[in-house]
Design a protein around this ligand. Structure first.
Ligand code: SAM
Length: 172
């Protein structure tokens, strides 16, 4: 499977701290390799790294990265999630599986240039909803659900359980 990167644009540290944290954590859980965030936010980096430290994997976060430079330095296909885009079920078969992808999600109004630069403008339904929901559904479909229970080799492993909570501490 190719690498999946997220580019989060329009992040306002005070207003969006919770949503952007969830964009990062959801994308990590659903198979992405890392996230770029346009506005510098050290606290956000710290929070996400703390989860990665405990639960494993090599998910990366970098903030203060303009989308233009992230895209310029990226070799692969750029997928912009927007309710105005083509249907996800029609777009998915066209997105190559042998190239990395960078998925752009917005916060408020997304600049016109993003629509023009994207290789694919993809909608997850044609109703306005949330970047977290759109990303989760897109990633789950793109990875065919394979990332959900993949091993991350962290300090802690949560073991699926019909009832109760089972968390195993792994030796260092
Ligand atoms: N009104 C904004 C605009 O026109 O770009 C969208 C704001 S929405 C709260 C934030 C982000 O959620 C969008 O930039 C997009 O990435 C994502 N999003 C929301 N609804 C979506 C949908 N139906 N399909 C795909 N992405 C969606």
């Amino acid at each position: 499977m190719s690498d999946i990167w997220i580019m989060r644009i329009g992040h306002r540290p005070e207003r969006d701290k919770r949503v952007t944290t969830h964009v990062a954590l959801s994308s990590r859980a659903l198979g992405a390799r890392g996230i770029y965030v346009d506005t510098l936010d050290e606290k956000l980096e710290e929070n996400v790294r703390s989860v990665v430290d405990r639960f494993g994997g090599d998910y990366q976060i970098k903030t203060g990265v303009r989308w233009q430079s992230a895209v310029r330095n990226f070799s692969g296909k750029v997928v912009h999630l927007t309710m105005y885009g083509e249907r996800v079920d029609e777009a998915l078969p066209k997105i190559p599986r042998d190239e990395d992808i960078m998925i752009i999600v917005g916060a408020e109004k997304v600049p016109r240039e993003v629509y023009e630069r994207a290789d694919f403008n993809v909608s997850v339904g044609n109703q306005p909803h949330s970047e977290i929901a759109a990303l989760a559904i897109f990633l789950d479909r793109f990875t065919e659900g394979k990332a959900l229970y993949s091993e991350r080799h962290g300090k802690l492993t949560v073991v699926p359980n019909e009832r109760g909570k089972t968390v195993v501490e792994n030796p260092e």
